[in-house]
Design a protein around this ligand. Structure first.
Ligand code: ZN
Length: 459
């Protein structure tokens, strides 16, 4: 297969709220484009039910495009994209538009809705997690995503992990609807509770539904003939088609999917590969991962003795700590970071290090953190107006945080209320602006034309 695509030299991020009423893009109908996309790719109305008024848009300049041939690993890179505007813009700058249906095709540019990108990403990531579930066959874990009604045999699958600050992107699938009409296959009805056998079957069904929706219409057959012999192969019609095509190949080839133990990114291992026990995605992750774990292992027992429970972080964004701290009520209270350097309060970069910890605390609404450096110097950080680490000789007993955590939860309540008020104010501001916008349009005085002969006004 020879699939080629083009990337634009620059990608601009626009916000629909900032567009003027007479902007070509606004007139082209952004809400209608979103509706039309959802009518194809959101069968179960997960997103339709959420009212989205502001849209972020990716604009790709048509001039100065560069042609390239994507590598098959692009699927893994797409899946590892951070679930945020920042994440997709970075991907867009590297690979160009996705070629998503119901996008805008203007004379000088293509424009795609950021939410369509995020919905594709949510579904791609869900497929990879389904394949992982199918490989591990852990009934306990998967049963959290699947509701079964033994009376009717019906089931509902819901993966609610992909969300931004404003919108949830839950993948929800149940065994009814267009799928059976368009595809001659009955989906599984449960006669008994989830077990390894029917789990494998239901995952196959869910995957079939997803590929039916996202893949089927994004490839076309290419027919060729040579020396009286005809052949055909399928070829993607867009970059998003290529991504789904490569995702399908992972399934088809039974590749093993794993999350890197250090950076948490997804990586694949070929079936029957000699290195099927790989836990790190790259050589640099082998080095960093082994070092981090070695440093942490030295102090793990100390934390446990002082009443902390510890969980290894499962995410891979900048906002995640290496380890999470949990109290005896199973409540997340803080995080631990391991530095592979000798960073200390005497280092030039110390202020910066404190800022990193502060932003992690902020992003996760947490009150306490620890930092351990390569030499085992330990620092504690607690949430206050500014966050600076203080050197500690020993890890303190968990109970010393009780008062601090109580105050922090009061502060969180207050913060939430403020956010609600701020949102309400923003809404009012928007209404005011659109009112003024419309007013200006209505107030342009129409030119009066006077028909002298008939002595009357002409409309
Ligand atoms: Zn890695």
């Amino acid at each position: 297969m020879s699939f080629n695509w083009a990337r634009a030299k620059s990608v601009n991020l626009l916000l629909s709220t900032n567009l003027k009423n007479n902007d070509l893009l606004k007139r082209a109908g952004i809400p209608e484009s979103w509706e039309s996309y959802l009518s194809i790719f959101d069968d179960n109305k997960n997103l339709k039910s959420q009212k989205i008024t502001d849209h972020a848009l990716l604009k790709f300049n048509k001039n100065e495009e560069t042609n390239y041939k994507p590598e098959s690993s692009i699927i893994i890179e797409f899946a590892n994209t951070d679930f945020s505007l920042d994440g997709i813009v970075k991907f867009a700058e590297k690979y160009g538009r996705l070629g998503i249906e119901s996008s805008f095709d203007f004379s000088d540019s293509y424009v795609e809705l950021a939410n369509t990108w995020l919905w594709e990403l949510a579904n791609v990531r869900n497929v990879l997690s389904l394949i992982t579930h199918k490989q591990n066959l852990s009934v306990d874990k998967f049963s959290k995503l699947l509701k079964i009604d033994l009376g009717t045999g019906l089931w509902e699958f819901e993966n609610n992990r992909s969300k931004t600050n404003d919108v949830n992107f839950p993948v929800y699938i149940f065994p009814t609807g267009n799928f059976e009409l368009g595809f001659d296959k009955e989906l599984i009805r449960f006669k008994e509770n989830l077990n390894t056998e029917n789990m494998s079957q239901v995952i196959e069904d869910i995957l079939s539904v997803i590929f039916f929706n996202f893949y089927r219409d994004r490839v076309k057959p290419i027919i060729s003939s040579k020396e009286n012999k005809f052949t055909s192969e399928v070829q993607p019609v867009s970059l998003i088609g290529y991504i789904w095509h490569e995702l399908f190949k992972i399934l088809e080839n039974n590749n093993i999917i794993r999350n890197c133990r250090y950076c948490k990114n997804v990586f694949t291992i070929g079936m029957g590969s000699a290195r099927s026990d790989k836990v790190y995605c790259s050589n640099s992750c082998v080095v960093n991962g082994t070092r981090t774990e070695a440093i942490f292992k030295r102090y793990e027992k100390d934390f446990q003795k002082k009443g902390y429970y510890i969980r290894k972080s499962g995410g891979n964004t900048d906002n995640q700590f290496d380890y999470w701290l949990i109290n005896k009520y199973n409540v997340l209270i803080g995080g631990i970071d391991i530095a592979q350097s000798q960073i200390s309060e005497f280092s030039q970069k110390w202020d910066n290090q404190c800022k990193i910890i502060e932003s992690k605390l902020n992003a996760n609404n947490l009150a306490i953190a620890f930092l351990i450096n390569k030499e085992g110097r330990k620092y504690s950080f607690s949430y206050a107006s500014t966050v600076t680490g203080s050197f500690i000789e020993n890890i303190p007993d968990i109970s010393i945080w009780d008062e601090h955590l109580k105050m922090f939860s009061e502060y969180l309540k207050y913060k939430k209320e403020l956010e609600v008020q701020k949102k309400a104010l923003q809404e009012m501001q928007k209404i005011k602006e659109s009112f003024l916008d419309n007013l200006q349009e209505d107030l342009t005085i129409p030119e009066l034309k006077y028909d002298i002969k008939n002595n009357k006004e002409v409309a």
